[in-house]
Design a protein around this ligand. Structure first.
Ligand code: SF4
Length: 261
């Protein structure tokens, strides 16, 4: 087991990597304050990509080509301050053959990710999750994040490059997210979004499943009834998932199946 805050892994299958601990997004539902990190400022120094890779090596954690790399669960990995380190980590792990996922509430421009193309060996080796819990009330619930109208421009990437982007409706805020279902459908149609994750809130309320990026038993998945309604409403329009890891597995399986043919 590996748990330094910056790094977390239960096994060789997946490692969570943060180049800093804390975020400036100030989302009302954010779980960071519940586990001792701040969500209205970065509360730690940024560790460089080199330091992170040295840490992994010195700790003795073995990353093999099947290890899923998940960037930023205790930080916004595309903030100006840590973006350069995120980019270096993506380049490193893509060149090692790893699958890499990142989730963001920032707009990512085409030019910023164009250079990853030459490192990508198959569709879905790098997947970008564009996170949003509300469109119309974004400035109430996701105060210091990018305006969704800008954030959603990130979907242009998958229409131009071999990098899938996913609408990450997470967490579903009961009675709030569902109010924007038509707006989300418009976005899905306008940008030809293929994959959507409809995900649950993490909270301290004890439930069957703990979060995957910590074993401290502090945070649990707490589904709400609107999730089922939203999923039914989106089926037939796009692929609907409950977890980002399911999207990653689907792309990986397609690649493996193609290789075995
Ligand atoms: S962007 Fe994510 S980590 Fe940052 S404040 Fe919002 S929920 Fe928390």
């Amino acid at each position: 087991m590996l748990d330094t805050g910056y790094l977390y892994a239960k096994d060789k299958n997946r490692i969570f990597i943060n180049t800093c601990l804390g975020c400036i997004g100030a989302c009302s539902y954010c779980y960071l304050p519940k586990i001792g990190y701040r969500n209205n400022q970065q509360s730690s120094k940024i560790r460089t990509a080199k330091q992170i890779l040295d840490d992994i090596k010195n700790i003795g954690y073995k990353v093999d080509s099947d290890t899923l790399i998940t960037l930023g669960c205790f930080s916004e990995c595309w903030n100006e301050q840590n973006k350069p380190q995120t980019v270096e980590l993506i380049k490193h792990f893509l060149s090692q053959g790893n699958q890499v996922q990142l989730s963001t509430k920032k707009e990512i421009a085409l030019e910023e990710v164009m250079h990853f193309q030459e490192l990508i060996q198959y569709l879905g080796q790098l997947v970008i999750f564009v996170s949003s819990a509300s469109v119309s009330e974004w400035n109430k619930f996701e105060k210091n994040t990018d305006n969704p109208n800008n954030r959603f421009k990130t979907f242009n990437i998958s229409n131009k490059l071999n990098i899938p982007t996913v609408l990450y409706m997470k967490p579903i805020l009961q009675g709030i997210t569902i109010e924007d279902i038509d707006l989300y459908k418009q976005v899905i149609n306008a940008y030809h979004v293929k994959d959507v994750v409809v995900g649950s809130m993490y909270s301290e309320q004890r439930a069957e499943e703990t979060v995957h990026f910590s074993d401290r038993n502090q945070l649990f998945y707490n589904p709400v009834s609107d999730e089922m309604v939203i999923k039914s409403s989106l089926r037939g329009i796009c692929n609907v998932y409950s977890r980002s890891s399911q999207v990653m597995q689907t792309y990986k399986k397609r690649f493996k199946d193609f290789e075995e043919r």
